[in-house]
Design a protein around this ligand. Structure first.
Ligand SMILES: [Zn+2]
Length: 344
């Protein structure tokens, strides 16, 4: 099972060895970017114990226990009471805590503590996973300390976080930390080509956008990305090449069009990435190192014409607008203002 995971070979090896020698630490903290496979690793480590026919101390992935441990009975997101308890998989020895709104409830942590002290129902051990562990507030974190400090022999508690700095030091110091690295770009390309039937060209672009995260790569809507990019390239052309204010105004109004409000943020992001790529090329970064390397010929031409100072200023202006987006601003007014400001 660990073999199916991309990248992070050292971590696969750590689990294989620890499980084989029976020395897997009872309290583990999985730390690393979103989408690098932390949750899958945690579940696979549990399955290695629950599996009816493990192969070389790894789960077979096919038996009824492996199948049961793959299905979690997630509650509806507005059902608060259901978030006060451990959410179990179809196997009674594998459960998970998930946040209610933005918090892991203290009652849920207490329920986890209770379950950690039960003997396993069927398997040799029980596994309790806390996903988004940084969403435990101080109260919830403190409720967990004792269990982490003296974990019952047959219970394993796995904390998962993409924001380890937000966890209390007292929590961190009681766990062994497993650090996941971002996944190598070439590994993501290989995965997309071999397992998801991407073309090399598409896979390379998606891998660059994913920034080391398989999860993000799989979520990327490439067609939408390309459409947004074409629109923003037009803006770049108007700014750098043609100085066409009329076209900039037209673009501003389509950017601010409420019909496309869900595209607003991705378009701004795309705009920013294009400008950063042009800026990078201007500063000697190799064409294969930029994000939009598939259109590097185009971007090189822009980089020859653009002023470094303007590029930096534009990126900042977009960044400021994206910051303000958090406060529900009027997108139409904001787009007009941005483009006029950029045109100088
Ligand atoms: Zn199995």
């Amino acid at each position: 099972m660990f073999d199916n995971l991309i990248g992070n070979e050292k971590i696969s090896e750590f689990f294989r060895r620890s499980i084989k020698s029976g020395k897997l630490p009872n309290s583990l903290l999985f730390s690393g970017e979103r989408g690098v496979g932390k949750f899958k690793f945690a579940v696979d480590a549990a399955k290695a114990y629950l599996c009816l026919a493990p192969v070389d101390f790894q789960a077979c992935g096919k038996c009824s226990n492996c199948n049961r441990a793959s299905v979690f009975n997630y509650p509806k997101s507005d059902n608060k009471d259901a978030h006060k308890e451990v959410v179990f998989s179809n196997h009674p020895d594998l459960g998970i805590l998930i946040p209610y709104n933005r918090n892991i409830l203290v009652d849920a942590v207490r329920d986890l503590e209770k379950h950690a002290n039960f003997r396993p129902f069927e398997a040799k051990a029980r596994f309790l996973i806390i996903d988004d562990a940084e969403k435990m507030n101080a109260h919830a974190s403190n409720a967990l300390l004792k269990t982490l400090e003296e974990p019952p022999e047959n219970s394993f508690i796995f904390l998962i976080t993409s924001r380890i700095d937000s966890l209390l030091q007292t929590i961190r110091s009681r766990c062994q930390i497993v650090r996941f690295s971002p996944i190598d770009e070439l590994e993501i390309v290989k995965f997309l080509v071999e397992r998801r039937e991407f073309s090399q060209k598409d896979a390379r672009l998606v891998a660059k956008l994913a920034n080391g995260s398989i999860g993000r790569a799989l979520e990327t809507d490439l067609a939408a990305f390309l459409e947004n990019r074409d629109l923003m390239l037009r803006a770049v052309r108007a700014l750098i090449e043609s100085n066409d204010r009329a076209d900039l105004l037209r673009l501003a109004s389509s950017l601010g069009d409420p019909k496309f409000k869900d595209d607003f943020e991705p378009r701004l992001e795309s705009f920013q990435i294009i400008l950063r790529d042009i800026w990078s090329l201007k500063h000697g970064v190799r064409t294969d190192k930029i994000i939009n390397s598939d259109i590097s010929d185009n971007l090189l031409k822009f980089s020859e014409k653009a002023e470094s100072k303007n590029l930096a200023e534009w990126m900042l202006q977009i960044e400021e607008l994206r910051e303000q987006l958090k406060f529900n601003l009027n997108k139409k007014i904001a787009s007009d203002a941005l483009f006029m400001q950029m045109a100088g």
